[in-house]
Design a protein around this ligand. Structure first.
Ligand SMILES: Nc1ncnc2c1ncn2[C@@H]1O[C@H](COP(=O)(O)OP(=O)(O)O)[C@@H](O)[C@H]1O
Ligand SMILES: [Mg+2]
Length: 311
């Protein structure tokens, strides 16, 4: 993901009753990516989203959403942002279609355009068949889908989805995640919050992990795995037929190799980059039969566990 940064916070801070709940937050979200705000309950995810939407004022710091300040230009931000709140509410006595029409009117979307868009969105979120059923009869999952349709009605540049899979059964979670995964293709940047690691891992391109209002870590999933656990290193494991002290010496001298440890027939190598080709060549040149070589990839699980052991 190398789109331009379209949402940014600088030292964004919020206090409630003298307690700092979002603490000098710096986030960088790129165009048409799915960005996951990940953190346990109370980490400050909802408060951050509310500040980005201009729905609550920061104590200090700044935020930019597609070039606008949510504090100074809240209406401009609201015009380009869709929002699925944590607790989505609809009129139970109106149908799904009528609820969306009501929201379209609030957004000054013409009736013709709204009709077209509502039909399309109800299909996209998979509730086209129940479009004319009153929402009071909807399950939690159906309401959540309607909530996503609501967030998308104005064809937003960015959709803020606060815990979009909360309260859904596994099938509902999968379908909702599939739906979210498709949003960037429609031109929408997505910011979603979640305390569910694997869900974020499945659909997000980049994440920011929040803990007690602070960003613990931010970046692309790929980049984070390496940085968080290996200090920017690649860890390459080489298994040979027998130990060879001379080989250790050769590998140690390869440019980019930081450290080599030997454990019997295993060489554990820390390097600045993926040096598998160079290492394989060195092994062959030292006349040591190579059995296998692995490069360690760190999962987000490992990172999350590192910061949220108490969870
Ligand atoms: N309106 C509010 N008044 C007082 N405290 C609040 C308010 N909203 C949130 N908080 C507190 O701020 C902290 C962060 O909450 P929140 O942003 O909802 O976290 P998350 O969405 O990550 O669960 C929590 O300790 C919460 O109790
Ligand atoms: Mg929340």
């Amino acid at each position: 993901m190398d789109g331009k940064i379209v949402i940014e916070t600088k030292e964004l801070t919020k206090n409630y009753d003298g307690v700092t709940v979002v603490d000098r937050l710096n986030l960088h979200i790129r165009e048409k990516e799915i960005f996951g705000l990940l953190g346990p309950n109370g980490a400050g995810k909802t408060t951050t989203i509310l500040m980005l939407l201009g729905l609550t004022e920061p104590a200090s710091g700044s935020a930019w959403v597609f070039g606008y300040s949510p504090t100074r230009e809240p209406l401009k931000v609201k015009r380009l942002a869709g929002y699925l709140p944590e607790n989505v509410g609809f009129y139970n006595n109106l149908t799904a279609r009528e609820n969306l029409m009501f929201i379209a009117e609030l957004n000054n979307i013409s009736r013709a355009e709204a009709n077209r868009r509502i039909g399309e969105l109800l299909e996209i979120v998979g509730i086209g068949e129940v479009a004319n059923l009153t929402v009071g009869k909807f399950s939690r999952g159906m309401k959540q889908r309607l909530g996503i349709a609501d967030a998308l009605i104005k064809n937003p540049k960015v959709a803020f989805l606060d815990e979009p899979t909360a309260g859904l059964d596994p099938e509902g979670i999968n379908q909702t995640l599939d739906l979210i995964a498709n949003l960037p293709q429609m031109g929408t940047t997505v910011v979603l919050s979640s305390h569910q690691l694997y869900q974020v891992q499945r659909v997000c391109h980049s994440i920011g992990i929040l803990s007690k209002g602070k960003t613990v870590i931010e970046g692309s999933l790929d980049q984070l795995g390496r940085e968080a656990l290996a200090g920017g290193n690649y860890r390459i494991e080489v298994e040979t037929a027998q130990p060879n002290p001379q080989l250790i010496d050769i590998v140690n001298k390869l440019p980019g190799v930081r450290k080599v440890e030997a454990e019997g027939n295993l060489l554990l190598i820390n390097a600045d980059s993926d040096l598998r080709a160079e290492i394989a060549k060195a092994v062959v040149q030292s006349n040591t039969p190579l059995i296998q070589m692995k490069i360690q990839e760190f999962s987000l699980d490992d990172i999350y566990m590192k910061y949220f052991k108490e969870d």
